[in-house]
Write a protein that binds this ligand. Sequence first.
Ligand SMILES: [Zn+2]
Length: 307
Amino acid sequence: MRDTVATPDLDRAIGFTIPARHARGRLVRLGPVVDQILAAHAYPPAIERLLGEALTLTALLGSTLKDAGGQLTMQAQTERGIVKLLVCDYQGGALRGYVQFDADRLATLGANPSLFAMFNQGYLAITFDQATTGERYQGIVPLEGESFSDAAEQYFVQSEQIPTLIRVGTRRDADGKLIAGGLFLQHLPDGEEGGERLHSRDDHPEWEHVSTLGGTMGSDELADPELTLETLIWRLFNEEREVRALSSVALSRGCRCDTAHIRQVLAKFPVEEREAMADDSGLITVDCAFCARGFPVSLTELASEEL
Ligand SMILES: [Zn+2]
């Protein structure tokens, strides 16, 4: 039997907890949002898949922020790798991301390059910014493992000592568009609100049970838009006494590079510096790497802004 839905379940994150097991989870599925982000660029398939996976992780972790105005940023970087820089961020359900890479060297790798082949020795930095308190927390781990999600899992295990399971799956639909899905599970003995997070014990039977079940989730299920996220939760945990569904978050593609914002930033520069930034026709062009486009602002417009 197959649980199908009339409308594909896409561009959404949902949270849940399993109180008796002291576990929390998130599920994410991305479709048109990834497509819109990729449409600004002309990335080869391997980079599209990598960014799709990174965006899914960003949505999984970003949707755990309790602060609605908070931001989560994932940045992967290398010195000698083919992929030089990957940046994704999440704020209030809005996602964006881009990748800088050496196209010629990437072309020598074939269709399915390994993480190591792309990044060589890279690092993954995950930054949590809380809007209300202004607190910022950043952790950095080596980019190791089979996939980006392995590295993110290590981030929690190594730098936060929280038992964590992360799975991400991607696939192409009939039109060749990328669909990505992800599962995030964590053992939080003190509940969602946290408290003392360090684990003094090494054995966590409740967590082993939850992570064993979570580990059965296939990447084909995660990236199947015909299976609702609720169906996936049911498939994994239907024998649990209680699974509490948390909020569902609609995901969108969003950037903060609008012309009004850019004008505000430029207006803060002294007149001489603005003139030095402008071209012969009196235009300052500010590039947005996320959108892969330039925003021209004229010096006369800026001058009138100050009045
Ligand atoms: Zn932008």
